[in-house]
Design a protein around this ligand. Structure first.
Ligand SMILES: [Zn+2]
Ligand SMILES: [Zn+2]
Length: 368
């Protein structure tokens, strides 16, 4: 392991995964840094994303102790010599990490960064070092590890945000919300009057529903097994909803749009839904798949399938755009959020897993 340049050590409180399926335990750890290219950020809030939960359930002994969390928001406390984009006191939302020097990054496509996997899921910095090494714990998850009282981030994954909006609300913009909205607006470029079906109306799906309404799509069909989510989907812009547990999705979509829909977003990861996504798609339509397993085999001729990474979003461009839409009342993503005290992180994860809460946000200082 390479040592970080700055050996200043500070005590932080972080939720550590030390065993499969959890529970996460809040521990005091030693963190070094910031390096010249990093900012030290005091965490105010962090969203909980399904990727965090699945990391806990897929944890193996060989992974070692980890700090997860990748929808962090906070206040810059210190900046390294080379950091120009933010100053102490600035409010920031964190997103995924990218190298900034590969051909994809240079041409404005950081989700396709050559080092994307390593920088976001490798639990180390660009130079291979780990700020939590002294405690024997691995951090830097998606360039942040936000389930912690302090985070380190670089200019590549920090977005300065207005100070007059609560960071607790803005936190989930960095992953789930950006992914759902970005898929519709940046990746598929859905146009007015085009038809879209969204399978799975959790945080990502509902962000996609709101974005589809902004784009002027019609119809906007939401499918889910949870009736309360379907009700919310309707309130947020779905023109039709289908309970996929009780109804035959293909025949309902067929009634709404006889030759199929232009776009399908498959967010459930359910094997049956994967197939259905291709079935209800019209010729020359595009299906977007969100699960880690990627795109199914045997794509029918004339139909297109794409794998989604963060909705092709460039955080520094897209997050300010989403904040503007939120201020205009067109993108009320705060309706998906429920707040939890950081110490109740295990409950927040459980509530998300069982569909009780759409988007849990952990607040570092919330009294309850
Ligand atoms: Zn890159
Ligand atoms: Zn995520």
């Amino acid at each position: 392991m390479v040592r970080s340049q700055d050996n200043t050590i500070r005590k932080i409180r972080a939720a550590v995964v030390r065993k499969k399926d959890g529970p996460l335990k809040i521990e005091t750890l030693n963190m070094e840094g910031p390096q010249d290219t990093e900012a030290l950020i005091r965490t105010v809030a962090s969203g909980v994303c399904h990727t965090d939960i699945s990391m806990v359930h897929h944890w193996e002994t060989s992974d070692g102790p980890l700090v997860l969390g990748h929808e962090g928001a906070g206040i810059v406390e210190l900046v390294g010599k080379k950091v120009k984009a933010v100053r102490p006191g600035d409010h920031v939302v964190l997103s995924y990490q990218s190298c900034g020097t590969c051909r994809q990054c240079k041409s404005g496509r950081p989700t396709k960064c050559r080092r994307f996997y390593e920088l976001n899921f490798g639990f180390h910095r660009l130079d291979g070092s780990n700020a939590l090494e002294q405690s024997g714990v691995r951090g830097h998850f998606l360039g942040q590890s936000s389930f912690s009282s302090y985070m380190l981030a670089t200019e590549r994954n920090m977005v300065k945000v207005p100070k007059n909006l609560p960071l607790q609300i803005l936190a989930p913009l960095g992953c789930g919300i950006q992914t759902g909205a970005g898929t519709v607006l940046n990746m598929l470029h859905v146009q007015r009057g085009e038809s879209i079906a969204i399978f799975g109306t959790g945080a990502v799906g509902l962000a996609a529903v709101m974005a589809a309404r902004i784009a002027g799509a019609y119809p906007i069909i939401g499918a889910d097994i949870n009736p309360s989510r379907l009700k919310l989907a309707q309130e947020l812009g779905a023109t039709h909803v289908i309970n996929s547990r009780t109804a035959d999705v293909a025949s309902v979509v067929n009634k709404i749009k006889a030759c199929g829909v232009d776009f399908v977003l498959e967010i459930t990861g359910n094997t049956q839904m994967l197939q259905l996504a291709l079935d209800v798609l019209k010729k020359r339509g595009t299906a977007a798949f969100f699960t880690g397993d990627g795109i199914p085999d045997n794509i029918p001729r004339g139909k297109k399938a794409v794998a989604v990474i963060e909705g092709d979003s460039v955080p520094q461009l897209f997050i300010p755009q989403l904040i503007k839409l939120y201020r205009q009342g067109k993108f009320p993503f705060d309706r998906l959020i429920k707040f939890y005290n950081f110490r109740n992180i295990n409950r927040a994860m459980k509530d998300s897993l069982y569909g009780k809460t759409i988007k849990p946000v952990l607040c570092m200082d919330q009294k309850d």
